[in-house]
Design a protein around this ligand. Structure first.
Ligand code: NAD
Ligand code: UGA
Length: 461
């Protein structure tokens, strides 16, 4: 079977960039990315490339190359499902907020809705690809739905989880460490795997394309995220120990990471990891283990989230205590809202939790982020506090221009822009005594102290 037409359901942070690269590398395949959110599709089709709904370095250039050639964004979901030989499901799989498994299990309602829609619309055989992160054995559920609503056509299900990280999505997609394709161990299953492998082999070396059974593929994605988050919580837990002992976490992290068996990536201490996936995927893993009666296994993984919450709370408390104990003005300039640099995504960002704690302690917040919109910040805070009012936070467009009213600056995201500020000049203008709470350890501790700031990093004594 030769794939000529792809449909991807879900034009979000994964569907958009992933399909853009697939279309760029396979100009002979028509790729339609569909979404029920008409505003998002309008933004993907915007002539002004600054208005794309996802900000990723390098993305707009590739969208510009492929869009209108063989890459299309549309709300005509049924039409493009019907035309496609291969359909990616790239919809959100958030944590359930009600019903069985509430607060832990993944909510598969969007996946189930896609499966139903595909079944109802399809008139020809199709390969269905799970791109979303799903609990192990979700493919079974998809198969059941497809055959319940349509037993006329043949559906092959593949699992092809995505490992891109936001902010580096284009690089991750161009040169992935590996592409995993899980499928059935039948002749049709193998053929479907081959079809998808062929699409990736347009730019990914064969040895980096790993084929597995469906459930291994599904579980590998959840556990890869859990391993990554585990390293961050491990280093973050040690940051508190450093503060108590006078060790410096940056030095400890370097010393640990130089051991090749351990490796240096994902050992950067922070105010806590954010993003839409680490927390939800670990909660999901905890839920799966717990529902299988594996209490020790679930407790083990849950600890990652407990440390992450603790780290955010610790950081918030330090700011609150500092303001109270030193009689500083009840105001902070927060630099950064995105959960990491180079993205406009703020889902589960540590900034939200820290800001919420500060607001509840009557500290006024002025916030600046180069990419996150004011409306998003207001949405984020309203989501965790029903009493939140938009006037409790103030969004600034140029943080430095009017810095004389603050004693305290909090760095929440590691945007390069913040590193490159002229901190000497800021010190000249800022209210004294001046405190910098560096939630990302992006500034040089000694340099900041030499300038005259009271510098409070994470795990730096
Ligand atoms: P997202 O919220 O940015 O995008 C999902 C999109 O799906 C939304 O635009 C929504 O409108 C659309 N959608 C939902 N149901 C639909 C339906 N029935 N028909 C049409 N459109 C529908 O989510 P995301 O960040 O792209 O994540 C998608 C999946 O990929 C999740 O399972 C996530 O865990 C996984 N993932 C995300 C990342 C990441 O960096 N964000 C990385 C790897 C994997
Ligand atoms: C993460 C994984 O890295 C991707 O492989 C995966 O595909 C994705 O989740 C997903 O499934 O959604 P992402 O969340 O986009 O990607 O970004 P990361 O670079 O992993 O950062 C996550 C959070 O951890 C950020 O808040 C970041 O600042 C924090 N972090 C990261 C640290 O605090 N320390 C580190 O050393 C690394």
């Amino acid at each position: 079977m030769k794939i000529k037409n792809i449909c991807c359901i879900g034009a979000g942070y994964v569907g958009g960039p992933t399909m853009t690269v697939i279309a760029q590398k396979n100009p002979h395949i028509v790729v339609n990315v569909v979404d029920m959110n008409a505003d998002k599709i309008r933004a993907w089709n915007s002539q002004n490339l600054d208005d794309l709904p996802v900000y990723e370095p390098g993305l707009s250039k590739v969208v510009n190359e492929a869009r209108g050639r063989n890459l299309f964004f549309s709300t005509s979901i049924d039409k493009h499902i019907d035309e496609a030989d291969m359909i990616f499901m790239s919809v959100n799989t958030p944590t359930k907020t009600s019903g069985e498994g509430m607060g832990y299990a993944a909510d598969l309602k969007y996946i189930e809705a896609c499966a139903k829609q595909i079944a109802k619309v399809s008139k020809s055989d199709k390969i269905i690809v799970e791109k979303s992160t799903v609990p192990v054995r979700t493919s079974e559920k998809i198969k059941e739905i497809l055959s319940l609503y349509n037993n006329e056509v043949n559906f092959q299900i593949l699992s092809n989880p995505e490992f891109l990280a936001e902010g580096t999505a284009m690089r991750d997609l161009e040169t992935p460490d590996r592409v995993i394709i899980g499928g059935d161990n039948t002749a049709e299953g193998k053929m479907a795997i081959e079809c998808l492998a062929k699409i990736y082999s347009a730019w990914v070396p064969k040895e980096n394309i790993l084929t597995t059974n469906l459930w291994s593929s599904e579980l590998s994605k959840l556990t890869a995220n859990a391993f990554l988050a585990q390293r961050i919580s491990s280093i973050n837990s040690l940051s508190e120990l450093c503060e108590e002992t006078g060790a410096d976490i940056e030095e400890v992290s370097m010393a640990i990471g130089m051991d090749k068996r351990i490796g240096s990536s994902f050992l950067k201490t922070s105010v806590g990891f954010g993003g839409s996936c680490f927390q939800k995927d670990i909660l999901n893993l905890v839920y799966i283990a717990r529902s299988l009666g594996l209490e020790n296994v679930s407790n083990y993984w849950e600890q990652i989230l407990i440390i992450n919450r603790h780290q955010r709370n610790r950081f918030s408390k330090k700011i609150i205590n500092c303001i109270k104990e030193n009689n500083l003005s009840n105001k902070i300039l927060m630099l950064g809202w995105a959960f990491k640099k180079d993205t406009n995504d703020s889902r589960e960002s540590a900034s939200i939790y820290v800001a919420d704690k500060l607001i509840k302690n009557k500290i006024k917040i002025d916030v600046y982020d180069p990419r996150v919109l004011e409306s998003q910040i207001i949405f984020d805070l309203s989501e965790i506090n029903k009493d939140f009012e938009p006037n409790m936070i103030n969004f600034v467009n140029d943080p430095i221009i009017d810095i004389s009213g603050y004693n305290v600056i909090g760095i929440m995201t590691e945007w390069d822009e913040f590193k490159s500020y002229n901190w000497n000049e800021i010190f000249d203008k800022i209210k004294k005594p001046a405190y910098v709470f560096d939630g990302r350890n992006i500034l040089e501790k000694n340099e900041m102290k030499n300038i005259g700031f009271n510098y409070i990093g994470i795990g730096r004594g």
